[in-house]
Design a protein around this ligand. Structure first.
Ligand code: HEM
Length: 198
């Protein structure tokens, strides 16, 4: 969830596309439900692309091919040109070139949940919850980068993993929570702020 949000904030076009999809398929009169997820194909692509870039549990052993090699009869090139955009956040790849690739262990190029008999038992639950929580959060809140403008490369939102781990483990929050301006219901807040600026 953290990586998905930071990637979306650093790629505002993707954030807009995701919010447009929510507006189109769910609207603003009700909150998204789990039964909407199937229609939200861009949301699914965003989650896949996040899992591709930042595998939450790289337990199967992260690997990097720094030299050309042959493995099990397959020749593997250490050439970044094989997939030049590998480090780019491009959810669209899962709607086009890689549209049939899923994350459930059947496709060897993307296995954030592992594969085979010891693959993750929580795959379906984790995906359902990630889609649902991300969709609900984005539908209900306007998220912006700290400077409240579009992020550009030199001022990207940086996720400090060590700080997140420390805060998660100790339950510490960096900033004091000020809920005074939080509306009663998230959707109400979104509507009222937009009512002033239609
Ligand atoms: C995005 C969230 C998650 C990711 C990326 C993830 C990833 C993984 C990975 C890579 C493995 C090792 C698979 C292997 O050795 O081949 C694993 C194992 C496992 N995961 Fe997850 N997991 C997630 C969420 C969950 C959740 C929510 C649950 C339970 C509700 C869960 C339960 C398990 C269990 C029980 C195993 C051990 C399976 C075994 O060894 O037989 N995981 N997970």
């Amino acid at each position: 969830m953290t990586w998905a949000l930071s990637l979306l904030l650093n790629n505002q076009h993707a954030l807009k596309k995701l919010k447009d999809e929510l507006d189109e398929h769910v609207g603003r009169e009700r909150l998204v439900t789990e039964s909407d997820i199937g229609k939200l194909v861009y949301l699914q692509a965003v989650v896949k692309e996040t899992l591709r870039l930042y595998a939450a549990g790289p337990l199967s052993g992260p690997r990097e091919f720094i030299n050309d090699c042959t493995l099990g009869g397959y020749h593997i090139k250490a050439d970044p040109r094989v997939r030049s955009d590998a480090f780019e956040f491009q959810p669209e790849r899962f709607l086009t070139t890689y549209k049939d690739v899923d994350v459930k262990g059947q496709h060897f190029e993307l296995r954030p949940f592992g594969g085979g008999r010891r693959s993750c038992r929580g795959t379906s639950f984790a995906l359902q919850m990630t889609h649902y929580a991300l969709a609900t959060f984005l539908q209900a809140f306007e998220v912006t980068a700290p400077n409240n403008t579009q992020c550009f490369k030199d001022e990207d939102v940086i996720v400090d993993e060590k700080k997140i781990m420390k805060n998660t483990l100790t339950g510490v929050r960096e900033e004091a929570n000020d809920f005074s301006s939080v509306p009663n219901t998230p959707l109400e807040g979104r509507h009222s702020s937009e009512a002033n600026n239609p």
